[in-house]
Every structure is written in structure tokens, then in C-alpha cells.
Write a protein that binds this ligand. Structure first.
Ligand SMILES: Cc1cc2nc3c(=O)[nH]c(=O)nc-3n(C[C@H](O)[C@H](O)[C@H](O)COP(=O)(O)OP(=O)(O)OC[C@H]3O[C@@H](n4cnc5c(N)ncnc54)[C@H](O)[C@@H]3O)c2cc1C
Length: 417
């Protein structure tokens, strides 16, 4: 069927103003300024009232993410690290162990010559900082508005929004978290593997100072991660077989804390209080076609991982920055080749040549991180007695083997790809 000619209304439309879409909006600032890019961000959910400067009411039930040192450097490049840091807790050591086995590995910031291996930041705070930054940029903001239809046209994509707007974009960025049905509307399949596991997230109080230690403890039910938060509080990510979450959600606070103590042991001290509990079913999802002419999928729309290694957003942020770098090079090249008045910005941004270059520089990093996270889940999920000893020996061996441990630390920091 022949497609009718449309007038391009935007050079770039970002679908989703979550962590990834909002980061991309901020990272596009230099290009918006240099080329006068017409950018729109569409976000389906109403945002909490933004205040000036961003206000923050610390609460005991928010979700927090482990942000690798490499991501902190990227936020620095965006000029928002200072604000992010206000609510960040440094990770000075990572302690990895397996319940019932002797082995343990410690990754120290000192060993790799850095002040912190990473930082734990409440997602709500990251959202506030990113949206505060976005509010200062000359971009179009549709919120709350949902992209209901997305269809390819010669010029890129045609978008129909729930607020009645119709847009045509040279480059459309799917940063919708992958659950909105838009990928399916476009016929982009995704490979999905359910881990048959659910992560329970909450904040817990601990009886002793955590000293900036993040714990990863593998148990027969699944991994338990504890991340340092300000004060004597830690973010808990407790993974268990799907189906068990109803019982864990229903436990009284004291029974929950007792079960956690039994599963985790005493190395972080006594668990003294617990916040609101949230559950997330876990699966590995990868989009078969992360780029198409005029379209790119980023963040969870491209890859949703098991949170065991805290890599999902860190990987996505590298994708955001690589996309902006690729678009910057493509525009500079096109401007060099064509007279200024013949530069078609929207065409250049959405060209398959540009997007293939982007995909080529993402492929390896994405595959490595997926292999690393998925491999950890599988390695520690296998209940073979001999393998258990090998894992313990591996954890101890890793503690002794300086270079290997430093390499693991660099990967955890998001510096090694
Ligand atoms: C339990 C858990 C713990 C994690 N911990 C870590 C960690 O410690 N470190 C780390 O790096 N990563 C971690 N991750 C991964 C991280 O949370 C994700 O990588 C990140 O949230 C992905 O962000 P996103 O913007 O791609 O998607 P989302 O956060 O899902 O945002 C998508 C946005 O798009 C909007 N939207 C959806 N559909 C539409 C539509 N049709 N129109 C307009 N807007 C739409 C939604 O409202 C939403 O705001 C964790 C994940 C889980 C599940």
C-alpha cells in the first residue's frame, strides 16, 4: 500500500518519560541547542508536582537503584550529578556470598583506586532531578498523554496520542518500558524467558552502620541484595520463586524481618524495621529488532534484565549516551557533506545508516551484560552439590585473584564493557 506524504512535525519524539526517556531528553540538550531540534517527550503517567529547586520528602518505601560509577560519570557529563548526589549513598565495598557455603568475595573501592564502586539513589529522586532538568529545555512535553497508535510513514512514524495530538517524527524513540503494546503494534517481536522468580523490594532498617557495604547473597530460593541507603537503612531486593510473593506480602513486619534474618544471616546486623513491600515478576526480554528506519528502542523496551547485578538502567544509560553520540556524528557528517540549507535533520536522524551504526556499537555491551546477569542467575540457581563447592571455591579464589577481582569490580562499576 502506498503511503501518503506527511509533514514532519518533530525531529525526535521520545515515547516514555521514565528514567531512560528522561535521561535521553537531558542528553539531547546540546543537539537541541546546536541544531534547533524539535523534540517531544510523551509520558502516560502524571508526574508528582515538580518544585523549584527539586523538593524531596525522604520516605521509607521508595525504590532505589545501584548506579555504577560509570553512570555517575555520565550524569556528570549531563551536568546533573551534583543534584543526583544529594540523595546518593556511596557503595564502598561489595560483599558476595552463598548461603550454606564458605566462599565470599569482597570488591573494594580502594583496590581499584576509586572513592566508590557505585552509588545507591532512590528512583524517585533520579526522576525529580531528570524532570527538573528537562523542564529547563525547549522541548514539547505531553503529560499525561499515552501514545495509542504508532505507524510507519515515509518520513518516519505517525503517532496518535490520547490527548488528541497527531505527530510525525523523523526519529521515534521507544522508551516506554516495553509493556505498552507499541512494539507489538509495529510487529517487533521480543524474546522472553521467565525466570519463574519474583523480586520483593523494600527498605529495611539495620542495627549497625552499613559502612557503605552492598551485599549480594545467593540462596537456594534466589539472590538477596542489600544496598546502602542514608542512615542505618538498606534497600532490600529479595528474589524468590514466583508464587511465594503472596505469603511474603501478607507477613506481619516482625515475621517478615525474622524470615529475612534467617535467610540472610547476621553479617549486616539485625534487621530492625521494614518499609512498604513491592513485587516485580522477573524475566529476560530482548527486542528482536532494536532499530528500524526511523525507530529505536531503548531501556526496558530493548532489554529487561534480572536485577541480580543491578545492571539494567546502567546498561540503558550507556545506550542513551551512545545514541546521542551517534546522532551527533551523523548530523556533523551530513552538515559537512551538504550545504547548510540542504541538511534534512529529521531524515538524517532516522536514517537506517545512522541507526545501524548505533546498533553496531551497542550489540557487544548488551550481549555481555545479558550474559553476565543471566549467567549469575543460572550459575547460582543450579542445585548440584559439586557445583556448589566449585562456586564456593570460585568465590574464595576470586577473593585471592587480584586482577580478576579488579576486572569484576570494573564491570560492576560500568567502566569495563
Ligand atoms: C526489582 C528491580 C530492581 C532494579 N534495580 C536496578 C539497579 O539497582 N540498577 C540498575 O541499573 N537497574 C535496576 N533495575 C532496572 C531498571 O529499573 C530499569 O532498567 C529501568 O527502570 C528502565 O527504565 P525505562 O525508562 O526503560 O522503563 P520504565 O521505567 O518502565 O519507564 C517507561 C515509561 O514509559 C511510560 N509509558 C509507557 N507506555 C507509554 C505510552 N504508550 N505512551 C507514553 N508513555 C508511556 C511509562 O508511564 C513510564 O514512565 C531494576 C529493575 C527491577 C525490576
Amino acid at each position: 500500500m502506498a503511503m501518503s506524504k506527511q509533514t514532519v512535525t518533530h525531529d525526535i519524539v521520545i515515547i516514555g518519560g521514565g528514567l531512560v526517556g528522561a535521561s535521553l531528553g537531558c542528553a539531547l540538550a546540546p543537539l537541541i541547542k546546536q541544531y534547533g531540534l524539535r523534540v517531544a517527550v510523551i509520558e502516560a503517567t502524571t508526574l508528582p508536582e515538580a518544585t523549584e529547586p527539586p523538593g524531596w520528602q525522604p520516605s521509607f518505601d521508595a525504590r532505589a537503584s545501584a548506579i555504577a560509577e560509570g553512570s555517575a560519570q555520565r550524569f556528570r557529563r549531563l551536568g546533573i550529578w551534583e543534584a543526583m548526589q544529594q540523595e546518593a549513598s556511596p557503595i564502598r565495598r561489595i560483599h558476595i556470598s552463598e548461603r550454606g557455603r564458605l566462599g565470599a568475595t569482597r570488591l573494594n573501592a580502594q583496590d581499584v583506586g576509586v572513592a566508590a564502586l557505585g552509588h545507591v539513589i532512590p528512583n524517585a529522586w533520579m526522576g525529580r532531578v531528570l524532570h527538573h532538568e528537562l523542564s529547563g529545555l525547549p522541548l514539547e512535553w505531553h503529560c499525561p498523554a499515552r501514545v495509542e497508535q504508532l505507524a510507519p510513514v515515509v518520513e518516519g512514524h505517525h503517532l496518535t496520542l490520547s490527548d488528541g495530538s497527531k505527530l510525525v517524527a523523523g526519529l521515534t524513540v521507544l522508551a516506554d518500558g516495553g509493556r505498552s503494546g507499541l512494539k507489538e503494534q509495529l510487529g517487533i517481536p521480543s524474546a522472553q524467558t521467565s525466570y519463574q522468580q519474583t523480586a520483593l523490594i523494600t527498605h529495611v532498617g539495620v542495627s549497625q552502620p552499613h559502612q557503605g557495604i552492598a551485599y549480594e547473597r545467593f540462596t537456594t530460593d534466589g539472590p538477596i541484595a542489600l544496598l546502602p541507603l542514608p542512615g542505618n537503612a538498606m534497600e532490600l531486593v529479595w528474589t524468590h520463586p514466583s508464587g511465594d510473593e503472596k505469603a511474603r506480602l501478607a507477613l506481619s513486619d516482625s515475621d517478615f524481618l525474622a524470615q529475612l534474618q534467617k535467610a540472610f544471616g547476621d553479617r549486616a546486623g539485625r534487621f530492625t524495621r521494614v518499609g512498604k513491600r513491592h513485587v516485580y515478576p522477573l524475566k529476560l526480554t530482548t527486542a528482536d529488532e532494536p532499530v528500524r528506519p526511523g525507530l529505536v528502542a531503548l531501556g526496558n523496551a530493548a532489554h529487561a534484565l534480572h536485577p541480580v547485578a543491578g545492571q539494567g538502567f546502567n546498561l540503558a544509560l550507556r545506550g542513551v549516551m551512545d545514541l546521542v553520540d551517534t546522532l551527533t556524528q551523523a548530523l556533523a557528517q551530513a552538515r559537512f557533506e551538504k550545504a547548510e540549507n540542504h541538511l534534512n535533520v529529521a531524515d538524517t536522524l532516522g536514517a537506517m545508516e545512522t541507526l545501524t551504526r548505533f546498533e553496531q556499537c551497542r550489540e557487544r555491551d548488551r550481549a555481555n551484560v545479558i550474559r553476565f546477569s543471566d549467567g549469575l542467575v543460572k550459575l547460582f540457581g543450579l542445585d548440584w552439590p559439586l557445583l556448589g563447592h566449585a562456586r564456593a571455591a570460585g568465590l574464595i579464589g576470586l577473593n585471592l585473584a587480584g586482577p580478576l577481582r579488579r576486572s569484576l569490580a570494573r564491570r560492576a562499576m560500568g567502566i569495563e564493557r
